[in-house]
Design a protein around this ligand. Structure first.
Ligand code: CA
Length: 220
C-alpha cells in the first residue's frame, strides 16, 4: 500500500514516513500543499496523511481537490487544532478520519490500517484467501496455520494482491502501490520479487496461489 505523508514540519514528516516504511508501506513525502497536489496528480496513492496547516495550499483545500478527483484515496487528517469545527469541516470535505497532534505513533498506525480496510473489499483485520492468511497488524503470513517468512516487500506484494483478489493486477500497478518514488527500479524487479514470493508460497503448500496472466499481470 502506498502512502503520501504531507507535513511541513520536516522532522515530524520524516519520522512518520520512517515509521510507516518500517511497517512495509511505500511512502513518499510532500512538505507543502502544492507539492502534495503535484505528487497526487502523478501517483495513485492508497492513503494520504494530511496535515491541516500547510504552506502554499492548506490541508482543507488539498483534501477538497483530492476528493474532487478520486473517491478511493483514503485521507487521514492531522491537526494541531482540536476545535470541533476543524474536525467537522475536515470530515465534511471528505477526510476519512483525523488525528490531533501530538499523537502516539501506534494510534496513527491503527487509524491508517482502519482506513485502508475501509478502502478494500473486506473490513476484517485479517486477510484470507482460502487457507492463506495475512495479518497486516503483526506483519505475519500463514498457510494452513504454518507461518511463511516473507520479506517486507514480499509481504507488501502479497497484501496488495490479496486486497485485490480475483482481479488482474499489472506489474505497473504493483510498482505504483508497493514501491515509493525513491525506488529506482524497473518492472524486472517486480518479476524477481514475485518469483521469490511464489517460491516461498509453493514451498509452504500454497501452490499456484498467484497466477500469471500473460501480458497483463498477476491474479490471486
Ligand atoms: Ca503544519
Amino acid at each position: 500500500m502506498r502512502i503520501l505523508v504531507t507535513e511541513d514540519e520536516k522532522d515530524l514528516a520524516d519520522a512518520i514516513a520512517k515509521g510507516l516504511r518500517n511497517q512495509g508501506y511505500a511512502v513518499d513525502i510532500a512538505y507543502d500543499g502544492q507539492q502534495a497536489l503535484d505528487m497526487i496528480e502523478i501517483s495513485d496513492y492508497d492513503l494520504i496523511v494530511l496535515d491541516l496547516n500547510l504552506p502554499l495550499v492548506d490541508g482543507m483545500e488539498v483534501c477538497r481537490q483530492v476528493r474532487e478527483s478520486s473517491s478511493r484515496t483514503g485521507i487521514l487528517m492531522l491537526t494541531a487544532r482540536s476545535s470541533p469545527s476543524d474536525r467537522v469541516s475536515g470530515l465534511d470535505r471528505g477526510a476519512d478520519d483525523y488525528l490531533t497532534k501530538p499523537f502516539h505513533f501506534p494510534e496513527l498506525l491503527a487509524r491508517v490500517r482502519a482506513i485502508l480496510r475501509r478502502e478494500g473489499e473486506s473490513r476484517d483485520t485479517i486477510l484470507r484467501t482460502r487457507d492463506l492468511v495475512l495479518d497486516p497488524n503483526s506483519q505475519r503470513c500463514y498457510f494452513n496455520d504454518d507461518e511463511i517468512k516473507l520479506t517486507t516487500k514480499e509481504f507488501a506484494i502479497l497484501e496488495y494482491l490479496m486486497r485485490n483478489a480475483g482481479r488482474i493486477v499489472s506489474q505497473e500497478e504493483l510498482l505504483e502501490h508497493v514501491w515509493d518514488d525513491d525506488a529506482n527500479l524497473f518492472t524486472h524487479s517486480v518479476r524477481v520479487h514475485v518469483m521469490n514470493l511464489r517460491r516461498k508460497l509453493d514451498g509452504s503448500g500454497a501452490v499456484d496461489a498467484i497466477s500469471t496472466v500473460k501480458g497483463r499481470g498477476y491474479i490471486l
